[in-house]
Design a protein around this ligand. Sequence first.
Ligand SMILES: Nc1ncnc2c1ncn2[C@@H]1O[C@H](COP(=O)(O)OP(=O)(O)OP(=O)(O)O)[C@@H](O)[C@H]1O
Ligand SMILES: O=P(O)(O)OC[C@H]1O[C@H](OP(=O)(O)OP(=O)(O)O)[C@H](O)[C@@H]1O
Ligand SMILES: [Mg+2]
Length: 324
Amino acid sequence: MSAPFVLAVPSKGRLQENTEAFFARAGLKLSKAGGARDYRGTIAGLDNVEVAYLSASEIAAQLSRGYAHFGVTGEDLVRDNIADAEKRVSLIDGLGFGYADVVVAVPQAWIDVRTMADLDDVATGFREQHHMRMRVATKFINLTRAFFSQRGISDYRIVESAGATEGAPAAGSAELIVDITTTGATLAANGLRVLDDGVILRSQANLVASKDADWSPQARETARIILDHIAARARANKYREVRTRFRQCDATLLGEAHSRFGVEAPFGGPTSSGMLTLHCPPGQIYALASFLREHGAETVSVVSLDYVFDRENPLFAKLETFLR
Ligand SMILES: Nc1ncnc2c1ncn2[C@@H]1O[C@H](COP(=O)(O)OP(=O)(O)OP(=O)(O)O)[C@@H](O)[C@H]1O
Ligand SMILES: O=P(O)(O)OC[C@H]1O[C@H](OP(=O)(O)OP(=O)(O)O)[C@H](O)[C@@H]1O
Ligand SMILES: [Mg+2]
């Protein structure tokens, strides 16, 4: 038997729930034979896939080493944990959950410090006054270094923080922090404020592919099948299917509908009897239905789509380009 295709997914919390729901919507059911505490799983119908349940940061590490072919983890962890990330891994697609911003936050009491340039001034003054460098508490060491160096700030020192980073300034172990925030509630509760230009990265969960995994022909074929499911679901989410039939429905009308509402006609223009199937962005449905009735339609029906399988698969094309 050949080596399995390894898909690494988060083992706990909202990331796990959202990941399982995401794959389920794409028609890929992840399951753990041994129940919730089993850290190995399978995908129904894909025999050679092994699902590895790991912490989000461990997933980034495994992808970097090539121990997993695909993984779901946050872009923040990919960028912070993997040196030369664009060579080692490819972010195939943002998954629409796990949103968090990596930010530079200072005490609210620092009223004159609004920007990174202000922070640079403070850093210099701090060193002169206190004979030590300003301390930044974070677990995002590489993202912090890269961002501060881009902004020309060098008078600082990183204090590595494993958790409760927002508490560091009040506890006296750092002057400021770099951490993730979603609602901002934790920063506010700790008397901290994000600098105006202090967003280092807007992160979300991504489907990530590893360069150094064992990309046998069988592994590539498995990747193609997984991405075919995901692309079909993504395409289905972007549209509703609209059907109508009326005599005046012709190519000119379709052209106008295309430019005004962004509709596609996946099965071609109206038939000789004026039968037409359209794919329309959800936000334009009512406008399109009104437009079609104004031009003669008696009835316009609209349904949600589960999957739209196209010959082209942009996600697999991206993977192939990356692996080349
Ligand atoms: N409010 C949030 N709190 C923590 N992580 C979040 C939040 N929102 C999104 N995320 C994302 O989730 C990922 C971190 O997940 P998680 O904390 O489960 O992993 P971990 O840090 O590897 O595990 P552990 O906390 O057990 O060490 C990051 O990509 C992060 O950006
Ligand atoms: O901007 P907010 O919505 O307040 O969210 C940000 C906070 O949430 C996370 O902590 P969490 O309590 O999830 O624990 P963790 O650090 O162990 O992941 C994160 O580490 C921040 O502290
Ligand atoms: Mg965590």
